[in-house]
Each structure stands twice: as structure tokens, then as C-alpha cells.
Design a binder for this molecule. Structure first.
Ligand code: BGC
Length: 430
């Protein structure tokens, strides 16, 4: 054997993901577009110009391509398309046609969310999803828009995180309409289930080859003490209520499960009759800038828990951090758990990092930085973060190269080393 045989470019071992795995990132219209003056958020806490993606979508989508993503999740803004009840704005519809056409021209698989929290003002004035006719309004909107857009869509997401919406808008009062009403929130929840079912039926029967689902916030619940019955009961109660109930009420109307994973909750018995939620400090864990615990193992748990042989797409998973080393470790460790889940038989078919670019984080404004790409809000410039290149490295290998696994469990300053290597590799792609 000759000693001069060319060495393979990537001769190290790789934790391979299934062929055809979708690698992408996610955004939502109100959080990135800017100037959504007909949305209920405008009078509550306006995103103003946000990231101006309404105008800058071409260069943002070019970034997606440059970073080697093969899929993208985004939403359309109902309040733009139907600014007044029953009146549809064709120029806005044409805008979305142009935008989605552009994304498809880059050969990107498109996952389109039809409702991501923001409501047209006219509907908000009628009580939003508390209104008994809201499922019908939503269906009317989808029936108008879907025939225009379906050509450019590969997956439909009807609703984003119904439980989170009910919790933030009707329990925590942090989102509009910021209203506490016991029956109100139940009505909203039930109307969301029926909105989903109606729209599922329409989309599924008219576009049978385009899978339909929801993006659901799925949390990892655990007892602090394994022997504590009360903690175990709390786990069952919350797991069923927050993770499974919507699926149970809408059984048979999901072609896949869309999972947004952010939270790990440990119930701790002690101070009062009911167990409380343990603080991150009690768990001695690293946290994001929002104080959300970094707990990759929970992603494995929820995937195993929710799996019923349906295809699963992780429709959101991400970290708010101005420390990009944290995001590097986040990506590597969370994707490692996705790999483990796939190895143990869970049918995960795609991963969408939240988010492509920094954006308007609802009531928290612009401080949290979730982006693979940094946004300078003073001039709308985009700056690719090193972690975006780590993600690209993984995408290009369709798996996690062993060289990245050494970053698991370490708080090393990974960025500089990785940035240098990956920038070189990226040059080759361009
Ligand atoms: C939502 C996004 C949000 C992200 C981070 C998800 O619950 O779908 O709109 O920005 O979490 O908080």
C-alpha cells in the first residue's frame, strides 16, 4: 500500500444523521418583518422596524443558503394579508408569493407557519381566539391564502405553541390581550384546537403531499426526588396538560409532530403542600441570558416521551446568549441528544434552530439574542456569529464530527478555534 494515497478530507468519525435530514432555522413574521401596523402587538408593545426582513428577505435568505441550511421555517402575518375583516390585500399576498418563490429558488425546503401569536387588530377587537367564530375566521384566511402559496410550501404548521399563547396572554398577562379570565382561557384553548382541526382538514385534503402539523412547546418535567409521590404526580399532571393534551384533543389531525424545546422543569417538594419549581441555581446548571436552564438531556427525554412513530421535526430549539461559546456548546450538546434519540428509534427528521437572526422577543423586546446571525439594530446590518459556522460544519457532515464532541461538558473558549477552521471551510463553499 502506498504511503502517498490522498487522505480523505474528512477522515474522522462522524455521528451521522439520517439521509435527507432537514437542517434549518426558524423565525416568525411579527418578530422579524417590521412595521406590522395592523397587528394587535402594535398597541401593546410594538416591534417597530424589527429586523426589517420584510424588505431584506433576499439577503437574509442568501445567508441561509450560504450557511448551507437545506430548510427554513417562517410564518406569514395574518394582519398584513387581512388588514380589515374579510378584506384581503392582494399586494401583501403577492409579497409573500415573491418571498417564498425566492426561498424555493434557492432550493430550500419551506415550513410555513400560518399563525405565530400575532392577530389582526380587527380580530383582537372581537375577542381574538375567545370569539366563538375565531376558528371560522382562521379557516377563511387559510382558504384564501393557501391556494396562492401552496406551490412554494413543503410543510404547513397551522398554529405555533397554543399552550404558551394561553399562558402568556391569559394567565401571565405578558402578551395581548393581557387578560385574566378562567373561562376565557379555556375558550381560547378550545377554539385553537378547533381552528387547527378545520385547517388541517382543508390543507390535508387539498394538498395531500404537504404534511400538516403544529409547533408545540414540549417541556421536560422531572421530579427532584425520585421517591416523592407528590413530585411524581406533579410531573404526570404537567406532562399531560402541557405536552399531550392538545394532541389528545386533536387526534388524527397531525401528519407529523413539531416540537419546540426550551424548558426543563424539576418539581421539588418541601415548602408548601404543592411542589415548587426548582430554581436553576438549585440544579447547578448553566443558563441562558434569560435564566433558562441549559439542559440538553431534556431534549432526549421529550423526544422519547412524545414519540409514537410519527415523524418528528424539532421546529424550534435555541438559546438567548451574547456569549457565543455558549451557543456553540448548546448546538453541539443538544444535537448530540437528537442523535441519541434517533439511535434509540425516535423518528426525528429535522432540526430548526431558533433563530436565524436576532429578533423581537415579544414582551422582552430586543435584548435577548437568539440569532445564529447577529443583527445591529442601528443599521440593520447582519453579522454571522461563529456558532452559525459550527452549525454549518454539522450540516455539511450531515452529523456531528468527533472533533466537535470534545466541546461537550467544557466551558472552553471554543469560538476562536472553531471560527478559524470553519471560516476556511466556508471559503471553499462560496
Ligand atoms: C416562540 C418564539 C420565541 C421563542 C423564544 C417560542 O416559544 O415560538 O416566538 O421567540 O420561543 O422565546
Amino acid at each position: 500500500m502506498s504511503h502517498h494515497e490522498p487522505k480523505e478530507k474528512h477522515d474522522h468519525k462522524i455521528l451521522k444523521f439520517p439521509e435527507g435530514f432537514l437542517w434549518g432555522s426558524a423565525t416568525s413574521a411579527y418578530q422579524v418583518e417590521g412595521n406590522n401596523t395592523n397587528s394587535d402587538w402594535e398597541d401593546f408593545k410594538s416591534a417597530g422596524a424589527a429586523c426589517d426582513q420584510y424588505n431584506l428577505y433576499e439577503s437574509d435568505f442568501d445567508l441561509i443558503k450560504q450557511l448551507n441550511h437545506n430548510a427554513h421555517r417562517l410564518s406569514i402575518e395574518w394582519s398584513r394579508i387581512e388588514p380589515r375583516e374579510g378584506e384581503f390585500d392582494t399586494s401583501e399576498i403577492n409579497h409573500y408569493i415573491k418571498l417564498l418563490k425566492y426561498l424555493k429558488s434557492l432550493n430550500i425546503k419551506v415550513m410555513l407557519t400560518l399563525w405565530h401569536f400575532s392577530l389582526p387588530k380587527w380580530l383582537a377587537q372581537k375577542g381574538g381566539f375567545e370569539n366563538g367564530k375565531s376558528p371560522y375566521y382562521f379557516e377563511r384566511f387559510v382558504k384564501r391564502i393557501a391556494p396562492e402559496l401552496f406551490e412554494y410550501v413543503d410543510f404547513w404548521i397551522t398554529l405555533n405553541e397554543p399552550e404558551v399563547y394561553v399562558y402568556e396572554a391569559y394567565i401571565k398577562k405578558e402578551w395581548p390581550p393581557a387578560k385574566i379570565s378562567f373561562w376565557g382561557k379555556i375558550k381560547v384553548y378550545l377554539n385553537l384546537t378547533s381552528a387547527h382541526k378545520k385547517v388541517y382538514k382543508f390543507l390535508h385534503s387539498n394538498y395531500p403531499h404537504k404534511p400538516v402539523g403544529i409547533a408545540n412547546n414540549i417541556q421536560s418535567f422531572e421530579p427532584y426526588h425520585k421517591h416523592s409521590l407528590i413530585e411524581q404526580l406533579a410531573v404526570i399532571f404537567y406532562d399531560v396538560g402541557a405536552n399531550h393534551l392538545f394532541y389528545l384533543l386533536t387526534k388524527g389531525t397531525h401528519d407529523f409532530l413539531g416540537i419546540n424545546y426550551y424548558f426543563h422543569v424539576r418539581f421539588k417538594d418541601g415548602k408548601s403542600i404543592l411542589p415548587h419549581i426548582a430554581e436553576v441555581s438549585e440544579k447547578s446548571r448553566d443558563a441562558s441570558d434569560l435564566g433558562w436552564e441549559i439542559y440538553p438531556e431534556g431534549l432526549y427525554d421529550v423526544l422519547a416521551d412524545i414519540s409514537d412513530h410519527m415523524p418528528i421535526y424539532i421546529t424550534e430549539c435555541g438559546i438567548a446568549s451574547t456569549n457565543d461559546d455558549r451557543r456553540n456548546r448548546f448546538l453541539i450538546t443538544y444535537l448530540h441528544e437528537v442523535y441519541r434519540a434517533i439511535q434509540s428509534g425516535v423518528n426525528v427528521k429535522g432540526f430548526f434552530y431558533w433563530s436565524l437572526i436576532d429578533n423581537f422577543e415579544w414582551h422582552r423586546g430586543f435584548d435577548p439574542r437568539f440569532g445564529l446571525v447577529e443583527v445591529d439594530y442601528t443599521n440593520q446590518e447582519r453579522h454571522i456569529r461563529p456558532s452559525a459556522l459550527v452549525y454549518t460544519d454539522i450540516i455539511q457532515h450531515n452529523g456531528i464530527p468527533h472533533s466537535l464532541l470534545r466541546f461537550i461538558g467544557h466551558t472552553v473558549q471554543a469560538s476562536e478555534v472553531l471560527e478559524k477552521r470553519l471560516k476556511e471551510e466556508l471559503k471553499e463553499i462560496k
